[in-house]
Every structure is written in C-alpha cells, then in structure tokens.
Design a protein around this ligand. Structure first.
Ligand SMILES: Cc1cc2nc3c(=O)[nH]c(=O)nc-3n(C[C@H](O)[C@H](O)[C@H](O)COP(=O)(O)OP(=O)(O)OC[C@H]3O[C@@H](n4cnc5c(N)ncnc54)[C@H](O)[C@@H]3O)c2cc1C
Ligand code: SF4
Ligand code: SF4
Ligand code: SF4
Length: 377
C-alpha cells in the first residue's frame, strides 16, 4: 500500500488511484490545495500495484543526451500568436487528430479549474492550447488513454513531465500507438490559490475565457487576460500580477517541485518549452511572436516533429538550457514559503496580494539604488 512520509515524495499524478483494483484510493486536496492519495485500508488487497506504478520512487536511467534539439515556430502566424511559445503543440495535436487519433491535454472546466481531458476533433483541441499555470487534475485520463490504446487508436498525451511519468508507470507496457509530449516545467502552482485569485480579482464578474500567456504585449512580456461576456475584464502584464509573481518566485509550488526527479529525460517523446534567450544564438530566427524549444528523445518524436508545418532551427541542448534552467534544475523551496501559506490559511488571497505590495522600505531602497546608479553614471 502506497505511503509517503513526506509531501515532497508525491507529485499528485494519480497513477496509484487509477490502478488500484479495489478502488480504495481516492485523491483529496490538502490545506495548500494539492491532491494526495488517501487509502481506505479496510478495503486494501495488499496487491502492491500502487507502489509499482508510482513514478516517484523509480530511479530514471534513460540516458541524458537528446536525439535532437530545435528552435521551432509554427509557419501559420495565427497559430503562433494564439499559443504560449512557438505554437508547436497545436500542430502536433492537429496532426494526430487528422490521423483519427485522440489527444489528451490540460484545459479549464466551466469554473476555470484546470483539468485533464481528451479531444477527438480539432474544435475540442482548442481548449488545450496555451499554458495554464496551476496543477491540473488528471481525473481518469490514464484509464481512458489505455482504453483508446488497446483499441488501436493513435494517442497523443500531453502534460507535465510527472504526468507523463505517471502515465508510463500506470501503463507498465510500451504502446507503438502512444506519443507523449511534455512541457518544460518550472513547477505547478496550487489550484486552491488559482481558484481564490479568480474570486478575489473578478469579485462578482464572470469570466468566459482566460489566457495566461496573451501576446498582446509580445511573447516575452506576456499578459494575463480575462474575458467576460461583454469584453476584456482584466489585462495585466503577467510579471506584475501577484498570482504570477508567487508562481515565478516559487512560493506556491507543489512540494515535489522543489526536488523534481523528472527534469531532463523522463520518458517523453518530445519536450516543449519557450526558447528564452534564443536570440543570443539565433538572432535571425527568434522574434517576439514566440519561439518554442523542442527536445527530441525518441525516433517517434523525430517523426512527429518532422511531420508538421513549422520552421525548425537546429540548436544545441546547452543553448536551450541557458535561458531555461527549469529543464534540468529544481529551485529549493524559498524560506518564506511556509510563512506565506500560514498567512494564507488565516487571511486568504488578500495576504498574498499584501505580500507583494511595495513597502516604504522597499520603495526607498529602490529609489536610493537608482540615485546611486545616476551619481556613478
Ligand atoms: C505549469 C507549467 C510550467 C511551465 N514552465 C515552463 C518553464 O519553466 N520553461 C519553459 O520554457 N516552458 C514552461 N512551460 C511550457 C510553456 O509555457 C509552453 O506550454 C510550451 O512551450 C508549449 O507551448 P506551445 O506554444 O507549443 O503550445 P501551447 O498551445 O501553448 O501548449 C499547451 C500545452 O501545455 C499543456 N498544458 C497547459 N497547461 C497545463 C497544465 N497546467 N498542466 C499540464 N499540461 C498543461 C497542454 O496540455 C498543451 O500540451 C510550462 C508550462 C506549464 C503548464
Ligand atoms: S495495495 Fe493494491 S489494493 Fe491496496 S491500495 Fe494498493 S493497489 Fe489498492
Ligand atoms: S506520485 Fe502519483 S502514484 Fe505516487 S503516490 Fe503520488 S499520486 Fe500516487
Ligand atoms: S516540477 Fe516536476 S513535480 Fe512539479 S509539476 Fe513539474 S514535473 Fe511535476
């Protein structure tokens, strides 16, 4: 029976709950809003399957060197401008749908909770486009994917590296009709804080669409944009929004993200990320409409990336990592993380907003810094 002493030992993939033949594992949220398995021990058959499929305990020895590494951009400008980086995921997904396959990915549900689900047509795919910066709930997707695979359908499964490792653990078998694509993963923020941020920000307003990587200000200076029934309700540079500041400064990530074992090669055919800093190496290729970095780890991944309508710029793995250390490195939990969650328990989202409010001292410090720079020239 699965039991992890520390929260950091569970990434919340749900493979154990989905595989349990006695259905005695359920996933429930802790105080920080992350899902963990809870076992009804009275119904446990002691079969050990949950431990067998858990990806956290398995040392991954898959070889470090990728087969290839590219900067990549969808040729169709509309696809590129409506996705987070270079628009590569939408092209891969459409290719699989054209072959009558099924695509799994993360989308918002009607209350803007982030969940995983599947699509069998191009219209259904659109909900998966764009990054949603909160941990998604996998639900029954591993079981559903297995059914499609056993029926011989092509399946493209996308998600965070731990979700792909969880899928591979759950399946315990290689399927030639399975294609896996993961995102480079900085970490997954708390779904509870995401939910509270929306209530705090919208008050009584109703969202009809949310784009966490809007390119109105360009790819590098992306915005968080919330649309309501009669137009834009909220549009701010992501770097100025307290929710995104907390995410990017690692304050609200799942505990497992601070020592994530899935960075680098974790068993996906392809890894997609932003080619941050790519202009230093390929100034004629990287522009502000968005460029993806694509790391290829299998022959199948190589076939997939070569089958879509995109511009590819061969590059070096070291260049991809340079502007994107999340690919290979976990940041430790900030010392203020526990204090932030403690305050959050008492005062809710307002405490996070206050955490990032400039204080008299910080404003004075930045003023003095600027003044010093001015004096020195
Ligand atoms: C939580 C998170 C952290 C990330 N951190 C980094 C990073 O540090 N560095 C970096 O270069 N890139 C990071 N990315 C990836 C990046 O933001 C883009 O998603 C990626 O470059 C693909 O972009 P695209 O233009 O090809 O397609 P898009 O259309 O933008 O692709 C969206 C893809 O992301 C998946 N996805 C979206 N939200 C989630 C979610 N919550 N959980 C699981 N899968 C999701 C969808 O299923 C789909 O496969 C992160 C993405 C997420 C979701
Ligand atoms: S040991 Fe078997 S029955 Fe018991 S919780 Fe794990 S998977 Fe379920
Ligand atoms: S990492 Fe996944 S399989 Fe392991 S205990 Fe957590 S939810 Fe279960
Ligand atoms: S950082 Fe690692 S553990 Fe955290 S969500 Fe990403 S892949 Fe999963």
């Amino acid at each position: 029976m699965i039991q992890h002493e520390e929260k950091g030992q569970c990434c919340g993939c749900t493979a154990c709950a989905e595989v349990c033949p006695a259905h005695c594992i359920s996933m429930s949220s802790d105080q920080e809003g992350f899902l963990y398995p809870a076992t009804d021990t009275s119904r446990c058959l002691d079969c050990g399957l949950c431990e067998k499929v858990c990806p956290m305990d398995k040392p991954l020895d898959l070889g470090k060197e990728p087969l290839a590494c590219y900067g990549a951009q969808a040729i169709d400008q509309d696809t590129r401008s409506h996705s987070s980086s270079g628009g590569i995921f939408p092209l891969l997904a459409r290719e699989v749908i054209r072959d009558h396959g099924v695509v799994f990915g993360a989308r918002f549900d009607k209350d803007f909770k982030v969940i995983h689900s599947y699509a069998e047509d191009e219209h259904g795919l659109t909900a998966f486009y764009g990054s949603k910066y909160a941990q998604s709930d996998i639900g029954n997707c591993y079981t559903e994917a297995e059914t499609f695979l056993k029926n011989g359908r092509e399946v493209l499964f996308s998600g965070t590296p731990c979700q792909i490792a969880g899928l591979n653990g759950y399946l315990r078998k290689e399927y030639p009709n399975l294609h896996t694509v993961s995102v480079v993963c900085h970490g997954a923020p708390s779904p509870l804080i995401w939910h509270d941020f929306l209530s705090y920000t919208l008050k009584k307003g109703k969202a009809t669409a949310i784009n966490m990587r809007s390119k109105v200000g360009g790819w590098r200076d992306y915005h968080l944009e919330i649309t309501g029934p009669s137009g834009i309700l909220y549009d701010k540079k992501a770097a100025t929004v307290s929710y995104m500041k907390a995410f990017l400064s690692d304050l609200t990530l799942r505990p497992s993200c601070y020592s994530c074992p899935f960075r680098g090669n974790h068993g996906s055919d392809l890894i997609l990320g932003d080619f941050w800093g790519g202009e230093a190496f390929h100034p004629d290729f990287v522009d502000d409409l968005g460029t993806s970095v694509v790391i290829v780890y299998s022959e199948q991944g190589l076939r997939l990336i070569n089958s879509i309508d995109c511009s590819l710029q061969p590059t070096r793995y070291e260049y991809a990592i340079r502007g994107n250390p999340s690919m290979v490195h976990s940041n430790p939990a900030p010392t203020k993380r526990s204090q932030v969650f403690e305050n959050y328990r008492k005062r809710g989202y307002a405490s996070l907003e206050r955490f990032f409010k400039p204080t008299f001292k910080s404003v004075l410090r930045s003023y003095l810094k600027r003044f010093k720079t001015y004096l020195i020239g």
